[in-house]
Design a protein around this ligand. Structure first.
Ligand code: ATP
Ligand code: MG
Length: 251
């Protein structure tokens, strides 16, 4: 696999030039999410205050039901909290309208999911182009950027393969290319290795680490598995909706 980010030529100049390597990409204050089901209240997240600086590589851990996905969905602007605030790249996102939120999300965040979420009958390069379709970019440029993104994840020779013609690890790399194609400052991945064997898991985590190191992209990965988490440099552990532990990963 080539060095990710090199071919992709990720344009993070807007990010690097602001002379704020310590800038906070994620800054949550007292985020609380309560689900009400009939008369039962589920406190999925309670008063969570977490800051993540530019260029960090964070793993989020915790038992099933501890609030990891709830946290990621809020940080990803896919959901709104019951209370609390969240600054994404300094933007107070929960004050925004739905449309503003969608455009902020599109600009700053690339998502990677456990199930890859690729269109089944669509080639790798067409899958990767999808996020660019509403961006007012010419079709040649879309193709160029999608190809570069696929090259950066080591799939330059699989452009026209459909998901069924790729291994699980390769499908996840297509999904990562799709997440990168909009040049986000933040990658959010919820159990990205959950459907992969341990060798493919390692490849995916190495890819995240290479991307993180080569282009300073901020990465937050949810995982159950300590081996997967050990690729990150910081590990945040949730329990029952609160942050139980937040520490540097063992070197
Ligand atoms: N839409 C919902 N409606 C009601 N309760 C919910 C909803 N989503 C999550 N919950 C509850 O909130 C709590 C936290 O769920 P969450 O999905 O964040 O856990 P998780 O840490 O991601 O778990 P897992 O490791 O199983 O994915 C759980 O008790 C869950 O049952
Ligand atoms: Mg979850």
């Amino acid at each position: 696999m080539q060095t990710p980010g090199a071919e992709l030529n990720l344009d993070h100049s807007h990010v690097l030039n602001e002379n704020a390597s310590q800038a906070r990409v994620i800054d949550t204050r007292d985020l609380t999410k309560i689900y009400t089901l009939g008369s039962v209240e589920v406190r999925a997240l309670y008063s969570v205050s977490v800051s993540v600086k530019r260029g960090e590589f964070v793993a989020v851990m915790g038992h099933s039901g501890s609030g990891k996905s709830t946290f990621m969905n809020l940080v990803g602007c896919l959901d709104r909290p019951t209370s609390g605030t969240y600054l994404l790249e300094g933007h107070d996102v929960f004050r925004m309208s739905r449309d503003e939120l969608a455009s902020i999300r599109n600009k700053y965040i690339g998502f990677v999911f456990q199930g890859f979420n690729l269109l089944a009958r669509t080639t790798a390069v067409d899958n990767v182009e999808l996020p660019l379709i509403y961006g007012g970019i010419s079709s040649e440029q879309r193709r160029e950027r999608a190809e570069a993104a696929l090259q950066s994840v080591g799939l330059g020779d699989r452009l026209d393969h459909r998901p069924t013609e790729l291994s699980g690890g390769q499908q996840q790399r297509v999904a990562i290319a799709r997440a990168l194609v909009n040049r986000p400052s933040l990658i959010l991945a919820d159990e990205p290795t959950g459907n992969l064997d341990s060798r493919s898991s390692d490849e995916i985590m190495k890819l995240f680490r290479d991307l993180n190191e080569s282009s300073n992209i901020t990465v937050v990965v949810v995982t159950h598995e300590p081996e997967v988490a050990s690729w990150a440099r910081r590990i945040i552990t949730f329990r029952d909706g609160i942050v139980l532990d937040d520490r540097a990963a063992a070197a």
